[in-house]
Design a protein around this ligand. Structure first.
Ligand code: FAD
Length: 314
């Protein structure tokens, strides 16, 4: 199995922020992943899991133990007229391109989402009015507590807006099956192109970011990006972390940002949104690694600590 020692985790994330892990492992088969987990659990070593690293803020402090990156689990197969199966590490745009070539529709919304199948299920990734839970047939997980491989259906999982009850510290997604519908390749391609174009025009897709910083608050009938734009936060900066000039709900790393800069900037945005709109913006970005209390408040104040590989220190 490909293993890197004393390596920066940040390079495996879209934000390019993250400290040094003792080890980063890249299993390329389910068997390798299960064997690795068996070793880590029996020796009581700390571990954390990333897919595409496109929805996480990794701490710039050292990351204890082993980081498992699933991008080697990258197989896709058609297993029925309208059924696809894919490994947890398959990138979403690759999956949607694969489906389109088979004239299978349903994944057009994955175009431009830089995550993997595993991350998409945990986050219930979605766009353009569709989300992962709508096309999910089954998900195969390694249940750490029961030490058992289980096949779950969407009924076994509670999915919400960019959230699910899947806990990466207890249930590791190994693969998933997706239910599709037939259409012409041309029609599917047209929708994918439109989705891509919409993104290019509204999001800083070439910058280093972790996608939307905040979830849209349900208590206000306004997206988080709109609230922040009205406040005028575009280009606000802490260190090399900056609110994008293209989309106010994206924080970009100008090159030298660390996790502390990002947390400070997020905290500033939360405080200002609370002051002006009486709304507590909840981060969509999940933490990974060790954060100081003063940094972690961006999640703890907003009740967003669940299901994360996340340690808080003084
Ligand atoms: C430019 C840009 C645009 C984006 N646009 C969108 C969008 O339109 N819609 C949207 O929903 N998101 C969007 N995102 C966010 C992100 O791509 C999605 O949330 C994606 O699903 C995250 O997948 P990932 O593999 O990168 O997960 P990661 O960021 O690696 O991990 C996210 C969480 O999932 C867990 N996890 C990852 N793999 C597994 C696994 N195999 N088993 C169990 N747990 C796992 C991790 O431990 C972590 O807690 C965007 C991000 C960027 C950078």
């Amino acid at each position: 199995m490909k293993t890197l020692e004393k390596t920066e985790v940040g390079q495996f994330t879209t934000m390019k922020i993250g400290g040094i892990a003792d080890e980063i492992c890249f299993p390329s088969t389910t068997e390798e992943l299960v064997e690795l987990m068996n070793k880590l659990i029996s020796t009581n070593e700390p571990w954390s899991l990333i897919g595409g690293g496109s929805n996480i803020l990794v701490s710039s402090h050292d990351i204890p133990g082993t980081v498992i990156c699933t991008t080697g689990l990258n197989w896709i197969e058609k297993i029925g007229p309208d059924l696809l199966t894919a490994g947890a590490g398959v990138r979403l745009p690759r999956l949607s391109a694969y489906a389109s070539k088979l004239s299978l529709s349903g994944m057009e919304f994955y175009e431009g989402i830089p995550g993997t199948v595993g991350g998409a299920i945990v986050m219930n990734a979605g766009a353009h009015g569709s989300c992962t839970s709508q096309i999910l047939e089954t998900v195969t997980v390694l249940n750490i507590k029961k030490w058992k491989i289980e096949v779950l259906t969407p009924k076994d999982i509670v999915f919400g807006y960019r959230i699910s009850t899947m806990n990466p510290q207890e249930q590791i997604v190994l693969s998933a099956k997706f239910r599709m519908v037939s259409d012409t390749e041309a029609a599917i391609r047209t929708r994918m192109k439109a989705n891509n174009l919409a993104r290019q025009n509204t999001q800083p897709i070439k910058d280093r970011s972790a996608g939307c910083t905040f979830k849209n608050p349900i208590e206000l009938n306004m997206p988080a990006g709109k609230i922040l734009d009205l406040i005028g936060v575009k280009n606000w900066k802490v260190g090399d972390a900056q609110v994008s000039s293209v989309h106010a709900n994206f924080i970009i790393n100008l090159g030298g940002a660390n996790s502390q800069d990002v947390c400070e900037l997020i905290n500033k945005l939360q405080e200002t949104a609370f002051e002006k709109y009486n709304v507590l913006l909840k981060p969509e970005i999940k933490p990974l690694g060790v954060f100081k209390e003063s940094e972690a408040i961006i999640w703890t104040n907003a009740d967003q600590t669940l299901n994360s590989s996340f340690i808080i220190t003084k």
